[in-house]
Design a protein around this ligand. Sequence first.
Ligand code: NDP
Length: 302
Amino acid sequence: SAEQWGPYRPALTRAFEAEGLDVELVTEVEDPATVDYIVHSPSGPIRDFTPYTGAKAVLSLWAGVEEIVGNATLTQPLVRMVDAGLTEGMVEWVTGHVLRHHLGMDDHILNQDGTWRPVAPPLARQRRVALLGLGALGSAVGQALAALNFQVTGWSRSAHEVPGLQCLSGDEGLEATLKGADFVILLLPLTPQTIDVMNARTMALPTRGAVILNPGRGPLIDDAALLKALEDGQIGHATLDVFRTEPLPPEHPFWAHPKVTVTPHIASETRPVTAALAIAANIRRSEDGEPMMHVVDRARGY
Ligand code: NDP
């Protein structure tokens, strides 16, 4: 129904028109075998892709595909969402939360008590940022922070070059990236290799009192190790957008923890207008026999 496509209906209609595509948007079909493309959200109804025998691709509305990548019934190419709006939103969330801690904003906002404390913060050029993940989101975030003069070291699975950033990869790369960092930003996908990447050992590497920002996925952090590191002062603050269980249960210790900021998985969201452009461009490529962009590598899991 029109309601189910919501704001995606007008956005997709315009984007398909612009690509010269004649597409009918449907939610319920009598014969699933007639469907050419599936636009997928983890909150949507499709769990079993078997009946969609004619589908040429599944286009995820989400950037993170951990919930669908292992689905054995999914045999079609899986495309993840890379959307200009999603990227911009993530750059804003990370930059805002880094600047909050860098400038010590809480001291002034929460402690306005008539005492004049003229302590200026250091410049960004004196702060080291460890950025785990140099993909669509990580590289944009890294460049935004580098443009503010933060010293950014990025880490990825394969070697990368991102202007303005020092880029490292591999196990030794992780250690060198984290060592002495004032900020640790997690923008890795959730895979068997990235679970608990921040654990008791790796959390000991940043500078004492470092701030962790996790807009990636909850299981990237060993929660018990984080609580311990916050307690003993090794980690000064954690700003977390994603959690092992979402919504974060009301009784979870993160909610009331003075050194934890919880945001409810809103670091960035897929924006219908820009996401529709990405979907339409990919379908046009597929129809023209060109390779689609951002196809997930099932073996890698992202
Ligand atoms: P990409 O796939 O573009 O980038 C992933 C990056 O992580 C790549 O640089 C990749 O390395 C690196 N990586 C993956 N596995 C490893 C590993 N084992 N060791 C080292 N590096 C690794 O993803 P995006 O940038 O688009 O998104 C990142 C994640 O952000 C998503 O998977 C999702 O979980 C999260 N997200 C959260 C949102 C929110 O609102 N909180 C919104 C959108 C996304 P390489 O480049 O070598 O492949």
